[in-house]
Design a protein around this ligand. Structure first.
Ligand SMILES: [Zn+2]
Length: 320
């Protein structure tokens, strides 16, 4: 971990320099992970793209709000030569089975490890399919995720408190706990040889900040640590995957959205608007979400975010 932190500090300046200097192609770009905003329908999924040699980003679907907005759910697939590593599954068994069938088109190698970067249902709900297809598959997760998945038939058995190196075939995958963010048990997968950083739900691209179980202030610190790794590819848990420069810029945008939402919740609280829970949140009606009003899932996520920031302001966030 010490060597890692050293490397982080060396590249500390990278993010601000990059984000200030990057041109902004497509200013009219719809800032929404809603698949319909790119003229896609559920029939266009699942789909996947190769990021680097033997490294793929796979996209299934997730539809969490009442309006029926559909966003993607991203999994990372790494073919190592001695087995496949998947980081984050899909939300249900049929979708995860479909992913397994698609992986079989890429390689004969069995899936050996599944890393739980996000323990939320839309990323672990299909994990039984991995076990069914590969009885010896090992689930990797944080101690916090193990606690949360206590009743799940496939909890993580290989635990990562800080860092664990997976060296399999030609691949080096560093499983890192960079701090709490979206779930509280957040892990990332870092591939230094190819510059791929899978952030899972630490990075929600063009999705309204989803804070149901988040640690808002720590989330910002966790993003900062991720940026110190200075990857080429930042891969989100939800949201489209475009070229690396765009993904880098959009991570900064997601960070700014978090700050905006935290500040807005702070303002609402100071103004005396109540938000006891997402279901009982009059404050939401008085919110001004500015540039983030159109981001995907805003209507379902905004009251959750206000309630969570209020908890943090009151010093009542749960320990785990
Ligand atoms: Zn999710």
């Amino acid at each position: 971990m010490l060597a890692l932190l050293g490397a982080m500090l060396l590249s500390q300046a990278a993010f601000s320099a990059e984000s200030a200097g990057v041109a902004t192609p497509g200013e009219d770009w719809p800032h929404s992970a809603d698949i319909s905003k790119r003229n896609l329908t559920a029939k266009d999924f699942p789909r996947w793209q190769q990021l680097e040699r033997n490294v793929y980003a796979y996209e299934g679907l997730h539809s969490p709000d009442k309006q029926g907005v559909i966003v993607n759910t991203v999994s990372l697939i790494v073919i190592t030569g001695e087995g496949v590593v998947v980081v984050d599954g899909q939300g249900d068994v049929p979708q995860t089975q479909a992913m397994i069938e698609n992986i079989k088109k890429l390689t004969d190698e069995p899936i050996k490890y599944v890393v739980i970067a996000s323990d939320h249902i839309d990323h672990v709900g299909g994990n039984a399919a991995f076990r069914q297809a590969y009885p010896n598959v090992v689930f990797i997760g944080s101690p916090a995720s193990k606690r949360r998945l206590e009743k799940d038939p496939n909890p993580p058995t290989m635990l990562v408190s800080e860092q664990r190196s997976l060296r399999l075939g030609a691949a080096q995958i560093e499983i890192l706990n960079l701090g709490r963010a979206h779930t509280g048990g957040d892990l990332v997968a870092w591939m230094p040889q190819v510059g791929v950083l899978f952030l899972g739900e630490i990075y929600l691209r063009d999705v309204f900040p989803a804070m149901r179980s988040a640690y808002p202030t720590e989330w910002l610190a966790t993003i900062r640590k991720a940026v110190y790794l200075n990857p080429n590819w930042y891969i989100p848990g939800h949201g489209f995957i475009d070229e690396p420069a765009i993904m880098r810029r959009e991570l900064d945008e997601a960070r700014q959205a978090l700050i905006y939402v935290m500040n807005e919740a702070k303002r609402l609280k100071a103004a005396g608007y109540a938000c006891e829970s997402a279901a009982n949140c009059p404050a939401a009606e008085h919110a001004n979400w500015g540039p983030y009003a159109d981001w995907a899932l805003r209507s379902s996520q905004a009251p959750l975010a206000i309630a969570r920031v209020y908890l943090e302001l009151d010093g009542k966030l749960p320990e785990t």
